[in-house]
Ligand binder design. Structure first.
Ligand SMILES: [Zn+2]
Ligand SMILES: [Zn+2]
Length: 330
């Protein structure tokens, strides 16, 4: 089969790889849509520690069941499915609490073992979720949407009427759209790029230009302020936009050595809540429901549907200007 492979650190190529063989408890999925994520680049460059090279990347993928291993029930060849990529140990303190995403030895398809940038991928049957007739490009957004829902989970029980999200990339947009589904009346998406702001407006969100007077109006007025840029200077300004009693969410991935200043007195006096978030926690079914609730226009978050060769070129540094979510699509 054809696959994108990281043979070693800082290297990507498209090559012929052995077809995965089906094993007990597993299924082989014929990949139809596979999303590119910044995590793939971090894996390629070993930013999170030693990666399992050689590796087929890809942790955001949907397709059809092509073969079924012994002992697998409830799935049939041809079933349309999406994959939950996380592989937790099941035994550490976090796993025993039901926090698989915080597992001390968390692995994932496409990160610690072969993933979805290939014609086929063998996965555990319990990591497969049926998608009904949802198009594959939308279903492949279930993993990032799962991350967005996990990020919003600490807000349960809080009132979020007005939110501001800095960064209108695919993750910021999915978070904003999820907030609208959850009932937030006003979600302001902030970005420098007018094209991205127009897209956000088309999806029912408010688009606000960075540094504009329209943004200044929102200072100290939002129930929730989110950094979805990963830019430390943006994260450092987040609390300026939070109303008394509101929350700040650090969602973007800042450089590990970045530091920002926070006034503990301000956190106390204005009763602010600060949240972080990591990955998704087996919430793919909720993510599929949320994508369905947003409707078919969520497909606009996917700006490029490409061949494996073109996705590999993007990984090597040739990112198309104006792109949001890029998928390998076959
Ligand atoms: Zn991802
Ligand atoms: Zn664990």
């Amino acid at each position: 089969m054809k696959a994108i492979v990281f043979p070693q650190k800082d290297w990507v190529e498209v090559t012929e790889a052995a077809d995965p063989v089906v094993a007990p408890g597993k299924v082989v999925v014929r990949v139809r849509a596979s999303g590119l994520c910044h995590t793939d680049l971090d894996v390629m460059h070993s930013n999170y520690g030693p990666s399992a090279f050689p590796l087929i990347p890809g942790h955001e993928f949907a397709g059809e069941v092509a073969a079924i291993g012994s002992g697998v029930t409830g799935l049939a060849e041809g079933d349309r499915v999406v994959i939950d990529p996380n592989l937790e140990c099941g035994e550490c303190a976090a796993c025993l609490r039901g926090w698989a995403h915080l597992c001390e030895t968390l692995g994932a398809y496409g990160v610690s073992t072969d993933g979805g940038f290939a014609d086929y991928c063998a996965v555990r049957a319990d990591r497969v979720h049926p998608i009904g007739d949802m198009p594959f490009d939308i279903a492949a957004l279930a993993e990032p949407m799962g991350c967005a829902l996990n990020a919003l989970s600490p807000l349960e029980g809080r009132i979020v009427e007005r939110a501001v999200i800095f960064g209108t990339g695919p993750m910021g947009l999915l978070l904003g759209l999820a907030l609208r589904v959850l009932g937030a009346a006003e979600v302001n998406m902030v970005d420098l790029d007018p094209g991205r702001l127009d897209l956000a407006r088309g999806l029912g969100l408010s688009g606000v230009a960075s540094g504009s007077g329209a943004l200044a109006v929102h200072e100290r007025s939002c129930d929730l302020a989110v950094d979805a840029t990963g830019v430390p200077a943006v994260a450092a300004r987040l609390l300026h936009y939070v109303a008394n009693g509101g929350a700040a969410l650090f969602f973007g991935v800042c450089p590990q050595d970045a530091r920002i200043e926070i006034s503990p007195f301000e956190v106390f006096r204005r009763q602010l809540a600060l949240f972080g978030t990591h990955s998704l926690n087996h919430n793919i079914p909720a993510a599929l429901d949320t994508l369905a609730a947003i409707g078919p226009r969520v497909a606009e978050v996917v700006t490029h549907r490409m061949t494996a060769e073109d996705v590999a070129a993007v990984m090597a540094g040739h990112k198309p200007p104006g792109s949001l979510k890029i998928q390998m699509f076959t």
